[in-house]
Design a protein around this ligand. Structure first.
Ligand code: 1CP
Length: 345
């Protein structure tokens, strides 16, 4: 049995203010690490890496070995759920993901039922089991999925888009198909995260990377509401498993997001200040994020002073140190050591 009491991440998510705060980084396993690039080359391509439990376990553990982060995040991708629902998925080197597109009712009708995703995703659950048994006992294992809106934007457009235009268009022109798609993704996400928890994930995170393009009532209906539905279903079965929600780009709507969704922790991007987050978001629970990932490329005194400013502003309440978005492939691995020294002193 791993001891919960030693796990700083679980303590912070439960509401404890810790000094220093626990730390992990979004995309901590990734192309900025030479050992990741070597393992990915062995796998051949990105999807083969995601579906190979031995190699996916290896890359999940690499940043833990190198840096001793307080949490490991499962190595997988948010686009595995669309694939498990029957979408075609492939990655174009140097460009990114490509999927078959959903343009109307037939596309949604052709998807598999949510209950049938597990055969495709079984290797991911095996990775979770492997990592859970290999982690140091002070390290927490985070599982994750994309939030329905963000996953829908990729399933509709077939790729990443600057303004999520195709998804907004389907939402406006065929709300029936759009809402049926959102409902299917929501159901599949509950299934997927429950299976990750059964396999050993101790925390789960929902990435709504494109929440920032939803305004007003759309934000409530298509970001907040589906996330609340997923959290409610998970809490009914696993009341003690904390959930982190990342409605990236939510701006002022970060305030109140935890209460509206039941999230135990809200992850914030670098557009908000730590002082604002302390006054408006941390009042409702744990917060995470905000350091601009560019500091991991540029380093220097600014990295240290910005990291310390975040720690200082949030030290009165529960805080998990993280970046405002994923670490980029051009980051210097040495800057991660500098960051950890600045936080852990
Ligand atoms: O070439 C490579 O090796 C692939 C790069 C890569 C990596 C390392 C992709 C392709 N996905 C991942 C892993 C990944 N993706 C993780 C694993 C663990 C970790 O954080 O260390 C996670 C949590 C994700 C989540 C993810 N995938 C998101 C949400 C978070 C975010 O960054 O906003 C999104 C939007 C994706 C889609 C995706 N997968 C990969 C790319 C390049 C993209 C973005 C594509 C686009 O919008 O154009």
């Amino acid at each position: 049995m791993r001891e919960t009491s030693q796990k700083t991440l679980l303590r912070a998510l439960a509401g404890e203010a810790l000094s220093p705060p626990p730390v992990w980084l979004m995309r901590q396993a990734g192309r900025y690490l030479p050992e990741y690039r070597a393992t990915r080359a062995r796998a051949g391509d990105f999807l083969s890496l995601c579906y190979n439990p031995d190699l996916a376990t290896e890359v999940t553990l690499q940043p833990i070995r190198r840096y001793g982060f307080d949490a490991a995040i499962l190595f997988a991708d948010i686009l595995l759920v669309p694939q498990a629902l029957g979408a075609d998925l492939w990655f174009v080197t140097g460009e990114g993901p490509r999927l078959s597109t959903i343009t109307g009712d037939e596309g949604v009708a052709a998807l598999k039922p949510a209950g049938e995703i597990h055969e495709t995703l079984a290797p991911v659950y095996q990775t979770v089991r492997n990592v859970a048994s290999a982690l140091p006992r002070e390290t927490t294992l985070i599982g994750f999925a994309g939030a329905p809106w963000t996953v829908a934007t990729y399933m509709i457009a077939g790729r990443g888009t600057p303004d999520q235009g195709p998804a907004h268009k389907l939402k406006a022109e065929n709300p029936g198909a759009f809402e049926a798609l959102m409902a299917r993704i929501t159901e599949a996400t509950i299934e997927y995260l429950a299976a990750q928890i059964e396999a050993g994930a101790e925390v789960v995170k929902l990435f709504d990377s494109w929440a920032g393009s939803l305004e007003g009532e759309d934000f409530r209906r298509y970001c907040q509401q589906p996330i609340a539905t997923i959290i409610e279903a998970l809490k009914a079965r696993y009341p003690d498993v904390p959930v982190i929600a990342f409605p990236r780009g939510a701006g002022a709507a970060y305030a109140g997001f935890a209460r509206a969704t039941g999230a135990d922790c809200v992850a914030l991007d670098q557009s908000v200040s730590p002082e604002w987050a302390a006054a408006n978001v941390q009042v409702n629970g744990c917060v995470q994020g905000m350091l601009d990932p560019r500091h991991m490329v540029t380093g220097g005194d600014a990295l240290v002073s910005e990291a310390r400013a975040i720690v200082r502003a949030l030290r009165g309440g529960p805080h998990v140190f993280n970046l405002g978005h994923g670490i980029t492939p051009d980051a210097d691995p040495e800057n991660v050591h500098r960051l950890l020294d600045a936080i852990r002193g």
